[in-house]
Design a protein around this ligand. Structure first.
Ligand code: ZN
Length: 418
């Protein structure tokens, strides 16, 4: 029982630390009193955490600055000193692996990008060892480009599509590593090569973290991100934390079933959401209407989908109907999520948002029709595009989330405290 209580205390301390640091990051420059108001933590708790953060050099007093709000709050003629984060107290690297590209971003503690590197590589041809070598070389090059050294890097976060056990650092299955006969311990392979702690995560979870830190998920404790592109992904924030599922592989919204007699999905089953709405599904239906060149890899699929999008936008009624139908199924699936989860927001993102204008009306209509009436008007639906570089910043956030929670002295060996 004692051990458990100790564990609980440490967890609460970590969560409080995270909230204080996150509040300073988001609202700086900010006074101690405002940190207390925004976090709803006691004066003693805030004071203890701020003292530690000041000692560690993670935050500092900006004595020359007072905000308008603070002046009026003080109101006694004595300006309060305000707190700021020291963005260069730590650096991290975020990387995103996709089928035809590797993007790497070096950021500081505030996730400001310092250097980016994009490598056009057909990653799925390489195999695990070469992928790890490529990431090692790319990360070292990006760190040099940022003007810092590997010794200053506190951690590396890597996102990739597939069934990823982030806690164990293992890719159970990824289209990029599909030729591997066994699960790939990619996090350890990278840590060994770089001498720095590495974490891996499903790419939809990364965009969810990016929304949480920089986008529409800021200040929302329960929200869903649906990513539409080669497949349909999902990330879920529940009670202020990323939800991964019992085995670390949950929230496969793309493979929730809409119609058991529906089209064949890439997973081998029938009628999944993605078999109606992902890029390949749009192309399958579009081919019934227009002639398209063969599409055998991701760049050619991307080019064909862009062409279909252009034709629909220019008024091809048949193709507009394809997007309408895809949007209707996507909206139906999202209504199911709304009814099950009751999120504050659903953020629809990913490369598929290149056709957001074509999908949006039918998505919104289907969400409105199929959500419980009590929820339909309350859940905000946001369409939001992200670039690969922002996904890489999400990968950086994966490491930052761990960093924010741990006392700096322990950061030499980051364990994910989530
Ligand atoms: Zn499926």
């Amino acid at each position: 029982m004692d051990a458990m209580q100790t564990g609980d205390t440490e967890l609460i301390r970590a969560i409080n630390r995270f909230h204080v640091l996150d509040t300073i990051r988001r609202f700086e420059p900010i006074s101690r009193a405002e940190v207390g108001e925004r976090t709803q933590l006691s004066r003693t708790t805030v004071s203890a955490i701020i003292t530690t953060l000041l000692d560690e050099g993670v935050i500092y007093y900006d004595e020359g600055e007072t905000s308008g709000a603070t002046k009026s709050m003080a109101g006694r003629g004595r300006p309060r000193v305000l707190l700021r984060m020291n963005p260069n107290a730590a650096y991290v690297v975020g990387a995103k692996l996709s089928m035809h590209q590797v993007s790497i971003t070096v950021t500081n503690l505030r996730a400001d990008p310092l250097a980016c590197l994009v490598l056009p590589v057909r990653t799925w041809r390489l195999g695990a060892e070469l992928i790890a070598d490529l990431l090692e070389d790319g990360i070292r090059a990006a760190v040099t480009k940022a003007g810092i050294t590997m010794a200053q890097i506190a951690g590396v976060g890597v996102g990739l599509p597939g069934f990823i056990d982030s806690v164990a650092g293992i890719s159970h299955w990824s289209p990029i590593l599909a030729a591997e006969p066994a699960p790939v311990p990619l996090a350890r392979m990278l840590s060994d090569r770089l001498g720095v702690s590495a974490v891996i995560e499903n790419d939809a979870n990364l965009v969810t973290l990016a929304e949480r830190w920089f986008g529409h998920g800021q200040g929302v404790d329960n929200f869903v991100v649906v990513t539409v592109e080669a497949g349909i992904g999902m990330g879920l924030f529940i009670n202020g934390d990323l939800y991964r599922g019992h085995h670390g592989m949950g929230t496969e919204f793309g493979h929730s079933k809409i119609d058991r007699h529906g089209p064949l999905c890439r997973c081998g089953q029938h009628g999944c959401v993605e078999a109606f709405c992902a890029d390949y599904a749009i192309l399958r239906e579009a081919r019934k209407i227009v002639d398209l060149p063969p599409t055998d890899d991701e760049p050619s699929i991307e080019a064909a989908v862009c062409e279909v999008t252009r034709l629909a936008r220019e008024g091809n009624e048949g193709l507009r109907a394809v997007f309408d139908a895809a949007g209707e199924i996507l909206g139906l699936g999202i209504a199911n999520l709304v009814n099950v989860i009751d999120p504050g927001k659903v953020i629809i993102s990913g490369a598929g948002m290149r056709a957001a204008d074509l999908l949006e009306p039918s998505v919104r209509a289907a969400v409105a029709t199929n959500s419980l009436k009590v929820l339909a008007g309350r859940c905000e639906i946001v369409f939001h595009d992200w670039t690969d570089e922002v996904w890489a910043r999400g990968a950086a956030s994966l490491v930052l989330q761990g960093l924010y929670r741990l006392p700096w002295s322990r950061n030499a060996r980051i364990e994910m405290a989530i």
